[in-house]
Every structure is written in structure tokens, then in C-alpha cells.
Design a protein around this ligand. Sequence first.
Ligand SMILES: C[S@@+](CC[C@H](N)C(=O)[O-])C[C@H]1O[C@@H](n2cnc3c(N)ncnc32)[C@H](O)[C@@H]1O
Ligand SMILES: [Zn+2]
Length: 607
Amino acid sequence: MEEVENKLNDYKILREGEAEIIMLKKNAVFYNPVQVHNRDMSIAVLRTFIAKRKEEHKAMMDKREKPRNKGCHDRSSSPNGENGSTGQQDEMDAVGEKEINHVADEVEDLHLPKEATKIPLWKVARELKEPTVLEALAASGLRSLRYAREIDGLGKVVALDIDTACVEACKRNIKFNGSSVMSKMEAHLTDARVYMLTHPKEFDVVDIDPYGSPSIFLDSAVQAVADGGLLLCTATDMAVLCGTNGEVCYTKYGSYPVKGKYCHEMALRILLASIESHANRYKRYIVPVLSVFMDFYVRVFVRVFTSAIEIKKTPLKLSYVYQCNSCDSFHLQCLGRTVTKDNSVKYAPGIGPVVPQECSDCGKKYNMGGPIWSAPIHDQDWVISTLMDVKSMKDRYPAYKKITSVLTTISEELHDIPLFFSLHNISSTIKCTSPSAVMFRSAVLNAGYRISSTHVNPLGLKSDAPWDVIWDIMRCWVKNHPIKEQPCDTSGTAILSKSPKLEANFSRAVAALSKAGAKKVNRFLPNPERHWGPKVRAGRKITSKHASLLGPDVINHVMNGAANPEDGNVPMPDKPTPENGENAADHEDEPSTKRQKTDNDELATEP
Ligand SMILES: C[S@@+](CC[C@H](N)C(=O)[O-])C[C@H]1O[C@@H](n2cnc3c(N)ncnc32)[C@H](O)[C@@H]1O
Ligand SMILES: [Zn+2]
């Protein structure tokens, strides 16, 4: 009896959302509580996916029924009635009607996202099956359990892990969550890559949430997603994606990062470019619906389609980045271009370089990065639908505040502008007091350009204004807010040595106050908990070896037995930066009085 009790003492029950898991108190199976943001966001997007999929299917079916309604023949008399037909029978029916030859014409006038129309009508089964989910790297299964319990209209959920303890825990957790979960969820001990390769196009949803980099799973993951399905992918190797190890990033993702304030957005775009590259190998391509940088990781939600024609357009969605190594200016060069000849469209390599050898603003050299995904990283319709849906069921999201703040900020981003700059950084470059965000935004708007915030950084600004306009605005600002004389070899001095061609107008433009500022809504919340961040692998003993990953403070903390003794997971130390805690809206109206960057300061932020 005592033995049983001792055994029970080894376990604890954890609840997140509507799911419960039994955890061994020692660090046997991975669990990171702050990833509730990640799981909540995923649930929100999956709910949107289910709704959109239904809408798309209905529109396709309406379209397919149309010719018949016009009097071809009465389909309802078919022995395979509306509910009884199989996808295969549907295909044969439809092919018989020669619809296959007219797919392109037929779908043209459907009010559907362009991509959904790429699926031939004859391939669309009349009965829409509930979407199936594959969580390839499931650990305790918590994420899958939440999907199975909380998302209505979901089909089978398959959870995989390569680790025996994880799969045992997952199976235990399935039982623990009762019959509704047991009837739709299963767990398998396997290498996810092998499983995905042997189940091509079989899952409507594939979720990849690895330790660190997802790079080794991408090739098999893009093949396991059904046409029009959704791939959800996390990467927590931010140091790699943000440029600490450029060469490692290239080997994992096929792109070079550059150090810039925008590095976390660049991380998203490198990951998207890499997924697209894997997809292209199988005549497939991606359409991002939401891409987020949250807490300490990036997470992308992309749909996967197949089309030999569409994949030729991939180079139009990719760009190299030229980042000046001294000032803030950066430029994008698209990999491809469209050539139209005799009514036919072809795709050719881009013409470059788009920049001279020396930065046209300060005269220094450029670093080159990419290729990155430079097409939109979100679908505004999905973002708004997801946000509205989340707001309509507040109680069902433990991380409601976090995910609504992120989605709201994303909904306000300029979706067609890759990357961003920081007002504080450009002020630092020329060693001036920063204009207030409202004043600067007004000057950009008054000059005839667009400007928005970004969810990635509370101080970031996205704009279609070219760099000479941005610098002209700052030159005009400095005229009225003179600075101390600077050494003649700095990039700031070079920029200010030119006269502005534009007379900046700082008078307040109506649209200048960001919506966050106007509504006084928090867009950037403080860190989720005191010691937060990625956790080390389950089962690993924390030793001084981990100092470079976790920092010496944390190691000392653990060695003294103080860190998170319950589950053995060790958190990252807090980095109190404006990026992770400060609400930019609070400061929009105030010119900065902070000391600006010195010559020795780096342009880049730490990942
Ligand atoms: C970060 S954890 C997953 C966390 C989980 N998705 C969640 O939300 O709680 C990564 C998991 O991937 C598993 N894993 C690593 N390589 C794998 C592979 N090749 N196939 C299947 N699972 C693998 C590990 O055992 C680990 O449990
Ligand atoms: Zn420059």
C-alpha cells in the first residue's frame, strides 16, 4: 500500500484548456507550460481552418451542382445519394460529365481564395470528411489531447513520438481524458519522418513542434499534408535563424540571415522560404495564413497545394536582402520576374543587383542575406476570422489575452511590406533625439506613404516609403532638433551631409496614431512567467555544459537546486528588453529622451 502511495507521489496532474495530463514529476516527458500560447493559437487557427474548409467545400459543391441545375440531368436521382457517395464515385461521375476539361473555367468565378480553386472540382468529394490531424512530435500528447477535446468537427488525431516514455505517457493520457478522446485519438511509437513519408497527402493537418529546429522534418511533413491542408510548424532555434550562426542557418534552412532589428520577422520568412523549397520538390507550394513570432519562437501556419504551374511562380515570392552594415537601410531583390510575350506569361530570373556596391545613404558596404519569403506571411481574412472567433469564446482560451493581442497587432500590419525598421535605431544612427512615433508616422503619411506597426517588435515600423524618404524625414527633424557635432566618418554624418529633397510635414495626420495607441489597448504583453523560454530536452540532466544555452545564472540556480525542481525543466533567464515587455502604445506620443546608440553599439538585437 505504502509502495503504491509512493508511486502515486511520483505523478502529478496538469490541466491546460480542457485536457488533463498525468506527468511524472521527474523530467521524463517534455512539457513547457508557457507553450500554452502556442497551443492556444494553434487551436484558434484550426477552428478557422475547419470553418474555411467548409465554406470552400460548399462553394465548390454549389458550383459543381450548377450545370445540373441548369437542366443537364437530375443528380439527386443518382443511386449514390448526397450522403452515400464516396470520393471515388464522385470522381468517376464527374469525369464522366467531362467536368475535368473545364476545371479552370468553372472555378474562375467562384468566390473562393484563389488557392482553393486550384483543386480540380472533380477531385472534391461530395461529402466533406472531418479533417484528420497528425501531431508528429507529440511528447505527452497534450497538444493533440487539446485538439481532440476542444475543437469541434475534427476527425482522427494521430500523435507520434520516437521516445518510448513519451508514447507510454501519451497513451496513458488518452485513457485519462476519457472515451470521447479515446474514440478519436491514437499514439504511435515511430520516427515521424518515416511515418510521414509512408502516409503521403494523408492528413489535413500536420503539426511539427520540435526541440529547436524543424529542418529535418520539413521534407517529409510537406508530403504528408493533403491538398489544401494545413501545416503548422514551430522553430525555437532563434539564435540560428536570427544570424548568430549564419552558416548553420544556411545548412539547415538554405538561407543566410542578416543581423537587423527585423531579425525575428526574417526568421519567419527564412522558415517559410525553406518550407516552400521542400514543397516545390513535390510540385507543391505553400500559402501562409498566419506567421507569428511569440515569446521565444516562431510558428507558421501554411496551407499546402499541388500545382505544376503555380510552383513556377515561387521565385516571385522570394527575395535576397541587402542590409547596409553601417546604417539601417536595407533593400530587397526578388529572385524572379514575369516576362509576358505574345500573350503568354513566363518566369525568368530577376535582374540585378538592385543596389550599388556602396550604400546610397551612407556609403558603407552591404551584407547579403536570404533568400527569404517576401510575399505576404499572413492572410488578412484568416487573421480577422480567427480573431473574431477567439473573441467569441474567450473562456476557452487560457492564453486569451496573449493571443488576442498578437492577432490584433497582426491584423494592423501592412501585409505587403516585408521587414521593418525601428525609429529608435534610425535616430541612434544619426545620434538625434527620436521624434515621437506619432510625429514620425505623420511625416511618412503626409509624404504620401503608408506605415504600420508590427507584431514582432513594439518599436518596429513597416512602411512603403523608400529609404531616401525615411532619411529625408530624419534630416528635416534634425534641422529643428540639432545634434552635437559627430566624427566625420560615421554613417550618421554621411546621411546628414545630404540636403533633404523632401520638406517633411510633422503635423499630425489622422491615421498616424497606431490603432493600438488610439484604442489604448495593450499589444505587447509582459513575459509569461519569471523564468521562461525553451526547455531542455526531456530526461536530460542539467549540467554546466548547458551554460551557453541557458546562461550561467540559470546553471547556478539549478546547481543550487532552486530551478523548477518539480519537472526538471529549466527555463531561460529573463531578458528585460523593450521587445518582450514594453507596450509601444504607451510611448507613442513622447519624443525619446534616452541616450542614443554610440559608434560601438551594434545595429542588431540579440535573438
Ligand atoms: C518539443 S517536444 C514536443 C512538444 C509537444 N508538441 C507539446 O506541445 O507539448 C519534441 C518531441 O519530439 C520527439 N521527437 C524527436 N525526434 C523525433 C522523431 N524523429 N520522430 C518522432 N518524435 C521525435 C521528442 O521525443 C519530443 O518528445
Ligand atoms: Zn548605409
